[in-house]
Design a protein around this ligand. Structure first.
Ligand code: FES
Length: 124
């Protein structure tokens, strides 16, 4: 059976947005970080909206590596869990994005980067 996705699609987040803002464009802007990349959102956006305004996934499945982008958008399906850089799990569809928030879509990649930094003596 062929893999679900080519390996380069399973590891590299696509940068095209899943969502396009068509209303409520006058709310106050804020900035947050996806995998260390600074991006913009608006006050009152859920984390799911804010992330999917930037790219097509919120994370990769820990089981298959397939991209996940939420399903129900109302806090019921558990498909939108994300990790913050300090290790907390947040449900993106029911968490408001905040100024300076730092979230990860590829925990395994970040953990291996941290392991490499630890092995070289670099502080995180
Ligand atoms: S999208 Fe279903 S719980 Fe968040």
């Amino acid at each position: 059976m062929p893999p679900i996705l080519p390996s380069n699609q399973a590891t590299a987040p696509r940068r095209e947005p899943q969502f396009i803002r068509v209303a409520e464009t006058r709310r106050e802007p804020l900035h947050f970080f996806i995998d260390g990349r600074e991006v913009a959102a608006l006050q009152g956006d859920t984390l799911l909206t804010a992330v999917l305004m930037q790219q097509r996934r919120v994370r990769e499945s820990e089981f298959s590596g397939a991209p996940r982008a939420g399903f129900c958008l109302i806090g019921a399906c558990q498909d939108c869990w994300m990790r913050t850089e300090d290790g907390r799990r947040v449900r993106a569809c029911s968490t408001l994005v905040t100024e300076g928030m730092r979230v990860l879509t590829r925990v395994a990649a970040v953990e291996s980067d941290a392991g490499a930094a630890d092995a070289s003596g670099d502080a995180r």
